[in-house]
Design a protein around this ligand. Sequence first.
Ligand SMILES: C[S@@+](CC[C@H](N)C(=O)[O-])C[C@H]1O[C@@H](n2cnc3c(N)ncnc32)[C@H](O)[C@@H]1O
Length: 213
Amino acid sequence: MSRQLNFDRLARPYRWLEYSTFGRSLERCRFHFLPSFTSARRALVLGDGDGRFLARLLHSNPQIEADVVDISPAMLRLLRERLTPEARRRITLHEADARGFTPAKSGYDLVVTHFFFDCLFQPDLEALVDRITPRLAANASWVVSEFARSSGETASVAGRAVISSLYAAFGLLTGLEVRSLPDQQTALEGCGFQLCSEKQWLRGLLISQLWQR
Ligand SMILES: C[S@@+](CC[C@H](N)C(=O)[O-])C[C@H]1O[C@@H](n2cnc3c(N)ncnc32)[C@H](O)[C@@H]1O
């Protein structure tokens, strides 16, 4: 494991930094597959940050319960504050490093990872997917939103510049040592997931993917 990660400093400004750099594009990614999750009953939500996705998920699906894992106490505080008292009763918070986290429960039919895989080195990502997969229901869905290397030369040069600057900023603010996007396809396919659907934004710089076992 790398040096200590600290996302607390980023917790309050995160939303406004996001809106000022990408407008509502990241939100479009996060919420794109939400209508597919109305029949899910047990979610595992990794690195949801300030909880904007979780709040929507709990609102749109009154049956679902969620285990929520984040390394940052400040992010978890914001996430909790965002929820109604009723929604809070349906979540269990885990202040933990996902790189060493194994869920105590099993039977999750939904895993949520929005802009979280990019905080992991490839071996940590593969180990995480490997550790979590045995805790999932047979028909589980895994939703991933991420930055991606865009195709097309101009878009790809611009995309690389955006991703490098984001990593530099996150490195300074949080201590994150990762400097390149990991490959979720290898990690998920290696554990028996298949890509069912993908949507791209900003000429392929942002993607949201729905994977299923
Ligand atoms: C870039 S933010 C993404 C937040 C949100 N999911 C979104 O869609 O914008 C990464 C989140 O993952 C959490 N995180 C980063 N590394 C982590 C780790 N190793 N274990 C658990 N949480 C982690 C951070 O605290 C933060 O809340």
